[in-house]
Ligand binder design. Structure first.
Ligand code: SAH
Length: 236
């Protein structure tokens, strides 16, 4: 699956986190969100838990206000620092593969706008998220509580995972990885699932890796997607 288009960023995102979510989530946005959920259903997303969570997260508030009218189209948008918010169908696929249930501890690599993390929080997960770009980390750290989400964000290199909070029931990587980092499988609980797009011939191939009771790892493949690259080390 490929993004249907990537909208250019016209100017720096002037997100104001002081305005409340209720004031800015209008009936028009809610209507557009319902249509998006129907579209995702038509595209084969069957998890009611994922669809319900995505139906509650106000995606337009994670984007530059210039994108307000297109926020519920199934496209990726630039969010600054050369990064993108994944298109909704990709978020829906990854969230479905993750098989999250209430109370699970989930690690996300690549906080970006915070949208994917918020969808997982809406599903009842305790979400920890790592971002390597200081600019995005700073912005999203303020945005999430303003939207009512308690997500533990960290500024760091996702190749290392988040050892101080391991093990995790689920790990999701939202950037295209050149390989599966050992730290992420080490920090997976027994019975845990890692969802990671790994570089292949045509963009990235979505992999799920499950840690079995004997500690061995089993892998399944779920088709091609396109992500911004996972890069090492933190950047200021
Ligand atoms: N989940 C995000 C999608 C962000 S795009 C959302 O919902 O908006 C991928 C993100 O991964 C970018 O923000 C990028 O800066 C970040 N990233 C890339 N390499 C990383 C690494 N090694 N550690 C942590 N984050 C990384």
């Amino acid at each position: 699956m490929k993004p249907e288009g990537l909208m250019p960023l016209p100017y720096f995102w002037p997100m104001t986190t002081t305005q409340s979510r209720n004031v800015r989530d209008t009936p028009r946005h809610q209507g557009q969100r319902r249509l998006l959920i129907e579209k995702l259903r038509e595209k084969g997303i069957f998890s009611e838990a994922v669809l319900a969570a995505m139906g509650r997260v106000p995606r337009h508030l994670y984007l530059d206000s210039a994108f307000d009218r297109q926020a519920y189209e199934d496209v990726a948008f630039q969010i600054g620092a050369g990064q993108t918010i994944s298109q909704p169908s990709t978020v829906a696929h990854q969230s479905t593969l993750l098989q999250v249930t209430k109370g699970m501890k989930v690690l996300e690599i690549g906080t970006g706008s915070g949208y994917q993390a918020s969808v997982l929080a809406e599903m009842g997960a305790k979400v920890f998220s790592v971002e390597r770009q200081k600019e995005l980390f700073d912005r999203t750290r303020l945005l999430l509580p303003a939207l009512g989400y308690q997500i533990r964000t960290s500024y760091g290199d996702g190749y290392l995972g988040l050892p101080s909070f391991a093990p995790f029931d689920r790990v999701i990587v939202t950037a295209g990885a050149p390989f599966v980092p050992d730290a992420l499988t080490h920090q997976l609980a027994v019975g845990g699932i890692l969802v990671i797009p790994v570089d292949g011939a045509d963009g990235q191939e979505m992999l799920t890796i499950r840690k079995e009771a004997d500690g061995s790892l089993s892998e399944a493949r779920h088709g091609s997607f396109r992500f911004v690259p996972m890069l090492g080390d933190r950047v200021r």
